[in-house]
Ligand binder design. Structure first.
Ligand code: ATP
Ligand code: MG
Length: 716
């Protein structure tokens, strides 16, 4: 007889059940990828509601993304049907904190309709303050200060708590004073930034016992997914709320901590057991997601990291393919091969929505997108914009359009004050008036308005410069290759400099995207032909096909799973990223390795890793070395192939020339000898990639025995 067991418990294994049924007291679920942590957390939520331990509104459930929150709501809805009238407190930290802050805004000097500033506003404000303080804002930029303040906020530190021994310094110790001024100013304009959402609620909870008591009473249960990526201020916030009832359940995986650049601290996992003594620690060891080869490969890779909590993972899935490592000639060939493979999957009856291509950096999607468009393969970009829709790409395209099509008013409007050159709304309004009165395009109106006295001072000067620049760029169009013109234009307009001055985490990616744009242009004979291509690509957006492959960054793929996962660009300098290599320390490299672990463990059945021998980055051909992570995969779980004749010997020669590239790094001691990407002759592009059938082992360095690995995978 089927048991009367509720649906949400059916099929759960023993430790998962414990995670669901241990409702009272602190619970920490610490387990590897694909072991059903999120599944258990969702079942726990369902259980709490179904057994009437709490109303949905009495449960605080934190997910890492809005998408994850939606999915959890849907799953609960399916499990419990009508019982769930929405879950008001299920969401990301920021969403939940914003909701709380609106209720108690007055306690931190805000009104409940406060605005949340975007980065532009934030920087403008900081710059004003830096100047007002008589500090050289060229030397001490608003960007830097924004970064420092953000990190303070991530650590849960209001201005008063910054002590003298603080390691973050700005303008000879004036950071704290500026931080204070910034917070005052925000309050004066009834605004807060992203970091404030948490910091302010934290302040309120700390200083108003009644409010704290209110939430401690309300939230009978607290649930947290992706716990390894919480930062200090999030942790302190959770601890306060859960301190009274102590019914807090956190699930996480130290090996998947990939947001330390945003202040996440794995140490919070260790802190949990201290702050909540007697916490039940539950380990899930059975992986339900992936085949044994995928699991063993991921476990073997992550074993190269030091300081892990360590865990065992096994699966009872019997068969499965090895991970395929495919060496190709260059990026376009990589895109071609991935497209071919996906079409083969379709022919075998596979569905596109079960396929994902994961990249390390946004700029990598362009070649893939162009190829997929060419062969009519539907795709979607998740957690970011499609290449040609990104802000910096649209800006650059607008510049190009102004040159190619003088009547393109929309393009002109987009760039007239980007980068900022003092041509505000007023100046633009005057341009519009003149253009309308004379029936001419804005660019022409811009030239003519200079003959009048409509504009004065700085606005007049900078419009004069812009008009001059545009005329000059148009002249060059006939003389220069258009990709080269694009590069010059981005430099001369100040656009590149604007991004270079920007020290945010995204700016490097934006510069890469622009270099990638120029590279894409080279494939077209003329600028109009290129722009035509782009408008067709953009139009492609209109089709609403439901079945699509997904392209996304590894960061955005956290918590998700797909039958087939393609991992593109596993080369030194792409993955691990050049930034991580430049930093040189073990910490950034280990974070890249955790990213690689996350990437591989997204795959259910098939994982295919690509690396190209030649890659164009920043418009420069470079010969690339396969990622060290390829070398760290256990040989027994991989199968290597290359499409190049002589490919293997080519790489071998490169390595032997430069010594054992992985000797130092594998032991975590830092960078190897000068083995990093070497620029090669620019004529590589003219050499066609020769496709042959040979299946050579391109990763001979993988065979190194590793005695330092203590936590192996137990795979059956
Ligand atoms: P990640 O670390 O990547 O976030 P996770 O530990 O949260 O992974 P889930 O996403 O919850 O893992 O589960 C992975 C897969 O295993 C899902 O497809 C889920 O439906 C399935 N699964 C989880 N638990 C079980 C179970 N007891 N029996 C069968 N399948 C399960
Ligand atoms: Mg999960």
């Amino acid at each position: 007889l089927p048991s009367a067991e509720p649906a949400y418990l059916q099929g759960l294994n023993e430790p998962q059940r414990q995670a669901v049924l241990t409702t009272e007291g602190p619970v920490l679920v610490l387990a590897g990828a694909g072991t059903g942590k999120t599944a258990a957390l969702t079942a726990r939520l369902a259980h709490l509601v179904a057994t009437r331990r709490a109303w949905p509104s009495e449960i605080l459930a934190v997910t890492f993304t809005n998408k994850a929150a939606r999915e959890m709501k849907e799953r609960i809805g399916r499990l419990l049907g009508d019982m769930v009238e929405g879950m008001p407190w299920l969401g990301t930290f920021h969403a939940i904190a914003a909701k709380m802050l609106r209720r108690h805004a007055e306690l931190v000097g805000l009104e409940s309709n406060f605005t949340i500033l975007d980065t532009d506003d934030q920087l403008r404000l900081l710059k004003q303050l830096i100047i007002a303080a008589g500090i050289d804002e060229k030397r001490w930029t608003a960007r830097q200060l924004a970064g420092i303040i953000d990190r303070w906020k991530n650590r849960g530190l209001p201005p008063a708590d910054i002590d003298a021994g603080e390691s973050e310094t700005f303008a000879d110790g004036r950071g704290q004073e500026l931080y204070r001024a910034y917070q005052d100013r925000l309050r004066a304009v009834n605004a807060c930034d992203f970091g404030d959402l948490l910091l302010h609620t934290l302040t309120i909870l700390k200083t108003h016992r009644d409010v704290l008591a209110l939430y401690q009473q309300r939230f009978k249960y607290v649930l947290v997914d992706e716990y390894q990526d919480t930062n200090s201020s999030q942790y302190l916030w959770l601890r306060l709320i859960a301190q009274e009832r102590k019914n807090i359940c956190c699930v996480g995986d130290d090996d998947q901590s990939i947001y330390s650049w945003r202040g996440a601290e794995v140490a919070n996992i260790l802190r949990f057991e201290k702050d909540f003594p007697g916490a039940a620690v539950i380990r899930l060891e059975q992986n339900y997601r992936s085949t044994p080869h995928i699991l063993a490969a991921a476990s073997g890779l992550i074993a190269n990291n030091g300081g892990r909590l360590g865990k065992t993972l096994w699966t009872d899935v019997a068969e499965g393919e090895k991970i395929r490592i495919v060496g190709v000639w260059d990026g376009p060939e990589e895109a071609r091969r991935i497209g071919d493979e996906i079409e083969a999957i379709q022919r075998r009856g596979g569905r596109l929505e079960d396929v994902a291509i994961l990249v390390r950096a946004q700029f990598q999607t362009r070649e893939l997108e162009d190829r997929f468009i060419a062969i009519g393969l539907p795709y979607r970009i998740v957690g970011g914009f499609r290449f040609y829709e990104r802000a910096e790409i649209r800006d650059a395209l607008a510049y190009l359009r102004v040159i190619a099509q003088p009547a393109d008013d929309l393009a002109f409007e987009r760039i007239v004050n980007v980068p900022k050159r003092g041509l505000g709304d007023k100046a633009v309004a005057k341009l519009h008036m003149l253009a309308r009165a004379q029936g001419i395009p804005l660019t022409l109106a811009a030239a003519r308005i200079l003959d009048t006295d409509e504009l004065t001072g700085a606005a007049r000067r900078s419009l004069g410069n812009l008009v001059g620049d545009i005329a000059r760029w148009r002249d060059r169009l006939s003389a220069l290759p258009h990709a080269e013109l694009a590069r010059q234009m981005l430099d001369e307009s100040g656009y590149t400099a604007m991004l270079q001055a920007d020290r945010s985490a995204e700016s490097a990616g934006r510069l890469e995207n622009l270099a990638e744009l120029a590279r894409a242009m080279e494939e077209y004979e003329t600028l109009p032909a290129f722009l035509e291509h782009v408008s067709l690509v953009m139009d492609n957006d209109a089709d609403r096909e439901s079945s699509k492959v997904t392209i996304m960054t590894i960061h955005a793929a956290k918590g998700l799973e797909f039958d087939t996962v393609f991992l593109a660009g596993w080369e030194e300098g792409v993955f691990p990223s050049q930034r991580a290599l430049d930093e040189g320390g073990t910490a950034s490299l280990e974070e890249e390795r955790r990213l690689a672990y996350v990437a591989i463990t997204r795959a259910r059945r098939q994982c295919i890793i690509f690396h190209a021998a030649n890659r164009r980055i920043y418009g420069q051909w470079t010969s690339s070395i396969p990622s060290r992570f390829v070398g760290e995969l256990p040989p027994a779980n991989i199968e290597s192939e290359t499409t190049m004749s002589g490919g293997e010997s080519l790489w071998r020669a490169q390595w032997s020339e430069q010594g054992d590239p992985f000797g130092d790094i594998a032991r975590g001691t830092g960078r190897g000898p000068g083995w990093q990407r070497a620029a090669v002759a620019g004529n590589m592009r003219s050499q066609p990639g020769r496709v042959v059938e040979s299946r050579a082992s391109a990763v001979s360095f993988a065979a190194k025995p590793r005695s330092d690995v203590s936590i192996g995978a137990r795979v059956f």
